[in-house]
Design a binder for this molecule. Structure first.
Ligand code: CDP
Length: 217
């Protein structure tokens, strides 16, 4: 059975962790779509010796391979900023569209997390979640991830980076980040990860019931 779970939301709200956990729980495949933009950003930076060129980024997006998603350094600060910049280029988004839709269409279920999954990539998704958390909470979580990876950053830098990325992601013309009308809002500010995963699991179980009834009815 085809079954698509779309999980969107701003940076470091918990989308990735929730997506991974529910994919494992239900035996669905998981695609972190942010990695696609990060890989394009990294290759474009490498090719431009630190400078980003929109045309080059679009060509790179058209030639992206699975190996590019495994590259080192995709979560570093420079690449993160570059990802958000190349993600605002319509030709880049267009080049990555088919791959994401093919992934979603696989039999056996798929979870995709990103910014525009429920609105643009899979508007017919069976379950849609929009995951948010306060700016302070998100910055705290991201800071601890980055420190664990050995990056030299401060809370204020992380907070400023998140805010500027959110503003760019939500303000762009091409597939801006926004909650779809039929997305469930999941605020993880006061939730431990297990509780957030439980809530997401319940929403997905209800959607699975509906999908099964549709098939059998
Ligand atoms: O992990 P985090 O939420 O910080 O970022 P990510 O999901 O890896 O996404 C990195 C960047 O890619 C975002 O800031 C967006 O600009 C872009 N992105 C997007 O435009 N559309 C998506 N579906 C996923 C990511």
């Amino acid at each position: 059975m085809k079954f698509v779970v779309a999980i969107d939301g701003p940076a470091a709200a918990g989308k990735g962790t929730i997506a991974k956990a529910v994919a494992a729980r239900f035996g669905f495949a998981h695609l972190d779509t942010g990695l696609l933009y990060r890989a394009v950003g990294k290759k474009a930076l490498d090719r431009g010796h630190g400078m980003l060129d929109g045309g080059v980024a679009a060509l790179i997006a058209g030639e992206l391979t699975a190996a590019d998603l495994e590259a080192e350094g995709l979560r570093g600060a420079m690449v993160t900023r570059a990802a958000s910049k190349v993600a605002a280029i319509p030709e880049v988004r267009q080049a990555l569209l088919d791959f994401q839709r093919r992934f979603a269409a696989r039999a056996g279920g798929a979870v995709l997390d990103g910014r525009d999954i429920a609105t643009v990539i899979c508007p017919q998704a069976d379950a849609k979640l929009f995951v948010i958390a306060s700016d302070q909470t998100r910055a705290r979580r991201r800071l601890s991830e980055l420190l664990k990876r050995g990056e030299d950053v401060t809370f204020d830098q992380v907070l400023a980076d998140l805010r500027s990325r959110d503003a760019r992601d939500a303000g762009r013309d091409a597939a801006p980040m926004r909650q779809a009308e039929d997305s469930h809002l999941l605020d993880t500010t006061e939730l431990a990860i297990d509780a957030a995963v439980d809530k997401a699991t319940r929403i997905i179980e209800q959607a699975l019931d509906r999908a099964r009834k549709r098939i059998s009815g």
